[in-house]
Write a protein that binds this ligand. Sequence first.
Ligand SMILES: [Zn+2]
Length: 353
Amino acid sequence: MFEKSTWIRLPRNVVVGHGVRSSVVEVVDELHLQGRPLLVTSPTPRAVAAEPVAADFEAAGIDPAIVTIESATFESVETVIEAAEAEAASYLIGVGGGKAIDIAKMASHHLDMGFLSVPTAASHDGIVSNRGSVPDGDTRHSVAAEPPLAVVADTEVLAEAPWELTTAGCADIISNYTAVMDWRLAKRLKNVEFSEYGAALSEMTAEILVDNADHVRPGLEESAWVVTKALMSSGVAMSIAGSSRPASGAEHLFSHQLDRLAPEAALHGHQVGVGSIMTAYLHGGERGIWRDIRDALDSIDAPTTATELGLDDETVLEALTTCHEIRDRYTILGNGMDERAAREVATKTGVID
Ligand SMILES: [Zn+2]
């Protein structure tokens, strides 16, 4: 008897385009959300996006509450939960870069409330995915949350974000290549749950982005468009798979470990990009696709070396040799890399000198 079942949770409305920030109230109405929204934002996006959205709500006769968080920490999640209770909010709207959205997502999970994602930077696929994680002391606090009810991505706002945030979003997408390699390997060796649709969509997303890399240039609103659509597509791949596997393999373990060893040294997307160069080498050797990944990163001005990440060689090697311990996720790193092997892959790929 066939007894499998699966739930694919997706955002109901995805609105991308020039000036769509002013559509948030309409989107909320379309979702039949009642009551008071709590806007979760951080200092810079508060002025550029959260306050204008709040003004739109007021104009529509809805009284929104706003909470500003400073950092991506578990305390911030608690601050938002308390604010939602104190303000009697009935749904959350994350307005900002990855940080505010991740916090809103995690708080909405704890509160069992819906949330909307209004990204102001196309910096990583957390703006649409159902995964949330923040550092919590020495570990990471991760939840498999609901995806946003809707995503409203205003390309006019996204194009104004610092350029490196956009290149970080691109690098996060490019790393899908190695994430899927790790996933296939884990399926073969460990029989982990695998989705052909999730894998194919993830790889295709990376491919479309690389093919359109010429349109990813500073100051072009089209760049925000290309990257945001790719981040959406990557998020959908994760929803189809019911896991972050389509977009997160060993290169993400490497990045999470760097977050612990050298907090805030570099952006998430940039770290996974460099990780992806090395794990592609581990998968395919000298003749593998690591050069294509490096060249794609290079063509959009994303870092390809430890120095460009602002890290020293030793930190990169330590992350590479210890990151398999972070979580129980089988990847090409297996049960850990030997120090000399790590130095070799980092040197051969030009990540360290
Ligand atoms: Zn990522």
